[in-house]
Design a protein around this ligand. Structure first.
Ligand SMILES: NC(=O)c1ccc[n+]([C@@H]2O[C@H](COP(=O)([O-])OP(=O)(O)OC[C@H]3O[C@@H](n4cnc5c(N)ncnc54)[C@H](O)[C@@H]3O)[C@@H](O)[C@H]2O)c1
Length: 356
């Protein structure tokens, strides 16, 4: 599949990576190129771009995982680039998941006040979510994405071939954002997705393209998150609290696993507090519980702690915990409040459903 989504400053290209990367590199003369990978993207993804890499390319490998998305890693990369005499006409290629993309983009944007960078996202989550919106960040003193900026890459090159080596749980995690995009914006897409029984067996070309298109439309209408863009937070108010709490346990959840549970709870809330029909609510929670049935649910027994964590959500305004609710499949609205009792009930119903 060769397709393209154009944004104001760059394109997102879909298709075989060997072709799209070669074409990009032929289009611009760079003095030097640095390629950032982690051990998994080096092993599984680098071979797919080997035809584009020359002996002159500086290959920098970091350890995989969120805990390395931090300042010391950035410092080591800046030091390597400086000692290899990278100048302002250099290019950084970020080959990996959201950690590589967020941090690599941040490193490139700060090096000598900014050099060009391109993103080659290799996880489902980074392809459908991190590829649009220009958010770049690293974690700082235990706070996620605390230091960062908005800056667009020169290009995003998406090849779903990379997803073939992704572990099952990583696919299921990224799939939460794909489902979310359908639920908040397109009943037709939701309908197609709801036929997928095992995301790990999926051929993702169409779904990734549609999902990125939805995010692009929303972000383009509201680039600075004044209104509409907030609908992208569906499932994230309760989901982020579940994710944070799970990180303090011996069973930490992946981001999308927590968002999957959060979407179940917020679908219940949409029915209780908003006007989502019982029929649609049942269809959605039944499908989500099928996909996320084996996710650890130990955090869901701690409703009070979760509600406490929601109070410190970055998206809150004036001390109020705010939610995105569905009013029907394919349409969401934002800045809703809910009583603690209702939130608790939604969390309890989520737990019951997943245990049944
Ligand atoms: N910028 C944004 O808008 C945005 C949006 C969503 C998430 N994020 C960020 O993205 C990060 C999460 O992204 P992620 O889920 O991609 O995590 P990740 O980058 O940690 O990748 C998940 C795992 O998959 C491995 N991997 C990557 N590609 C692979 C492949 N093709 N085959 C096999 N293994 C592969 C990685 O090495 C890692 O172990 C978080 O830091 C989050 O804050 C950013």
């Amino acid at each position: 599949m060769n397709k393209k989504i154009s944004l104001s400053d760059y394109n997102i290209d879909f298709g075989p990576i060997a072709t799209s990367l070669k074409a990009y590199l032929a289009s611009k003369p760079y003095t030097k190129i640095v390629l950032l990978v982690d051990e998994n993207s080096r092993k599984h993804c680098l071979p797919l771009i080997s035809n584009c890499i020359t002996d002159d390319t500086l290959l920098l490998e970091i350890k995989s995982g969120e805990k390395f998305k931090c300042l010391p890693t950035c410092e080591s990369i800046w030091a390597a680039m400086a000692s290899a005499q990278f100048d302002r006409h250099s290019l950084m290629i970020n080959l990996g998941g959201g950690v590589i993309g967020d941090m690599g983009g941040f490193i490139a944007s700060c090096y000598m006040r900014g050099i060009d960078f391109i993103q080659i996202p290799t996880t489902l989550l980074s392809q459908v979510d991190a590829s649009v919106g220009g958010k770049l960040a690293i974690d700082f003193k235990g706070f996620k994405n605390f230091i960062g900026l908005f800056k667009d890459p020169k290009a995003v090159l998406i090849d779903t071939q990379f997803l073939k080596t992704l572990p099952r749980e990583e696919v299921r995690s990224g799939y939460a954002e794909v489902i979310k995009h359908g639920l908040i914006r397109s009943k037709d897409i939701w309908h197609d997705l709801s036929k997928i029984s095992d995301p790990a067996e999926q051929d993702w070309d169409e779904e990734v393209f549609h999902s990125v298109s939805i995010k692009k439309d929303v972000v383009t209408e509201d680039p600075t998150e004044q209104g509409l863009r907030k609908i992208l937070n569906f499932g994230h108010t309760i989901g982020h609290a579940i994710e944070s709490l799970s990180l303090t346990t011996d069973k930490p959840l992946l981001h999308g696993e927590a968002i999957g549970l959060g979407m179940i709870a917020e679908t219940y809330l949409s029915q209780q507090v908003n006007n989502l029909s019982t029929e649609e609510s049942t269809v959605v929670v039944t499908y989500l519980s099928h996909i996320y049935k084996s996710v650890h649910t130990n955090t869901l027994t701690k409703e009070d702690k979760l509600i406490e964590l929601m109070k410190s959500d970055k998206k809150n305004k004036g001390g109020k915990t705010l939610f995105v609710f569905l009013d029907k499949i394919g349409h969401a609205t934002f800045d809703h409040e809910a009583e603690s009792g209702e939130i608790k009930k939604a969390i309890q119903r989520t737990l019951e459903l997943l245990q049944s």
